[in-house]
Ligand binder design. Structure first.
Ligand code: SF4
Length: 436
């Protein structure tokens, strides 16, 4: 019975491949469902005679920069094999590992901007770390394509809500129009397979790019219960917060079963990473004193992480790098964090990150002479304009921060918030200096 189903999927894919020239995109997360779709796509292209392999096929995979090390290592090695297989067989399949830009990374947001570690109600990370990199890639490519077909490993058995969302969308010849990218048509080739059928197929056949899926099966077995983290293409994709393989920093899940499972099988790096995750949970809890008690918009309530808390997290993260021998934060992210700290409520003098890094790694990060010259200049301007030098520094840092973006949407509001803070602090200072 299943054999017929598998053959039917391959036949449909082959027909779709030969039908027109629309390029294909294939979402690949390294989980079982997307591995099956990837293998089916490879087999489809291999089955087509070389002279008819004219279609562009792009595999897209995301690396949030905070993926569980064992998972990202497995994915990188699979992608390398896929690339090799495509070149050797002239398949015209390209493989892309997409990462969020440094200014949107997990650390830039937490340690730099002071966002609290995510939870179910404030899950700011999925859009920035997973959805945006893919959408940016697709939008750039769509500039030169009229339409494209996107293959995903979504299955009805895995997510009832996803099935419901798909049911409401416009479809044509078995393809569904993408919710946010109207020129992209979504195909779910294994939509009707059960979990058992997916494993049966994966364990029976070797992958077209070499190797089998026993290691993948073992990873799942070690990682305990939960669903997998699918490739995130739009907001209707199920939350990765419940997934088996999310980010090692994920504070959306109550317990990180994947990391615990890997630790149980002897991956000792996970012990340190899991303990850092506990630190993130501790820093998120407002009653522990690491959060500002004024929100970013000036209202009362738990706001961003205090600057001292961000400093402490950076120290601990650099220590964690040494303990695990993993690169967990890049120099680019460190430089950005320095910029964010300069624009924070209780701004840093522009050398805080350098001081922590120098102490930890013995590296020199900034030209201190230049920093001092700028500081003198800022003091002069602040005096002339009759605003506090701290406010001026925050405003400048904000403009610098936004200069990295194509569209500075939100700059005006952010600057107004800084000026409001300045006014609030001035009136506080005035009222406390009045004689009783
Ligand atoms: S796995 Fe967790 S931390 Fe990572 S993007 Fe998903 S919800 Fe956010």
């Amino acid at each position: 019975m299943s054999e017929n189903k598998f053959q039917e999927i391959k036949d449909n894919l082959r027909e779709l491949y030969l039908k027109d020239e629309r390029p294909w995109l294939v979402g690949f997360s390294g989980g079982k469902d997307s591995t099956m779709v990837a293998a089916m796509v490879f087999e489809t292209v291999l089955s087509v005679p070389k002279e008819q392999r004219n279609k562009e096929v792009h595999f897209v995979c995301t690396d949030t920069r905070v993926e569980i090390p064992a998972i990202v290592e497995a994915i990188e090695s699979t992608l390398a094999r896929m690339r090799k297989c495509s070149i050797e067989n002239d398949l015209k399949i390209e493989v892309h590992l997409l990462r969020p830009p440094a200014e949107q990374s997990f650390w830039a947001n937490i340690i730099g901007r002071g966002y609290p570690p995510p939870n179910r109600t404030f899950r700011w990370c999925t859009q920035r770390l997973k959805i945006d990199p893919v959408n940016r890639f697709v939008e750039t490519r769509l500039g030169r394509w009229s339409e494209a077909i996107l293959h995903l490993g979504a299955r009805r058995a895995e997510s009832a809500s996803r099935a419901q969302t798909l049911a409401g969308r416009e479809s044509r010849n078995g393809l569904t129009r993408h919710a946010d990218l109207p020129r992209v048509w979504v195909s779910n080739p294994i939509e009707h397979l059960s979990t058992e059928e997916v494993w049966a197929w994966l364990l029976q056949y070797p992958n077209p790019w070499g190797g089998d899926n026993r290691a993948l099966y073992k990873l799942y077995a070690n990682a305990g219960g939960g669903g997998e983290c699918p490739i995130h293409i739009d907001t209707s994709t199920p939350s990765c917060g419940n997934s088996r393989f999310g980010c090692w920093t994920c504070t959306v899940v109550e317990r990180d079963k994947a990391s615990e499972g890997l630790l149980a099988t002897g991956d000792e790096r996970m012990e340190h990473l899991l303990s850092f995750r506990e630190t993130l949970l501790e820093f998120r809890e407002p009653s522990n004193g690491h959060r500002d008690m004024r929100r970013m918009n000036g209202n009362d309530g738990p706001g961003p992480l205090k600057i001292e808390a961000r400093r402490e997290l950076l120290k601990r993260l650099l220590k964690l790098q040494e303990e695990t021998n993993l690169t967990l934060i890049s120099d680019e992210e460190l430089l950005l964090i320095q910029k964010f700290w300069k624009a924070a409520r209780d701004p840093d003098d522009g050398r805080g990150v350098a001081r922590i890094v120098n102490k930890q790694k013995g590296l020199v990060m900034t030209n201190l002479k230049e920093v001092n010259r700028l500081r003198d200049l800022q003091e002069q301007v602040a005096q002339e304009k009759q605003i506090s030098v701290e406010t001026l520094r925050r405003l400048l840092a904000k403009v610098e921060e936004y200069s990295e973006y194509e569209r500075p949407r939100g700059l005006q509001d952010d600057m107004l918030n800084i000026l409001r803070d300045d006014l609030a602090q001035q009136s506080l200072a005035e009222s406390s200096s009045k004689p009783l």
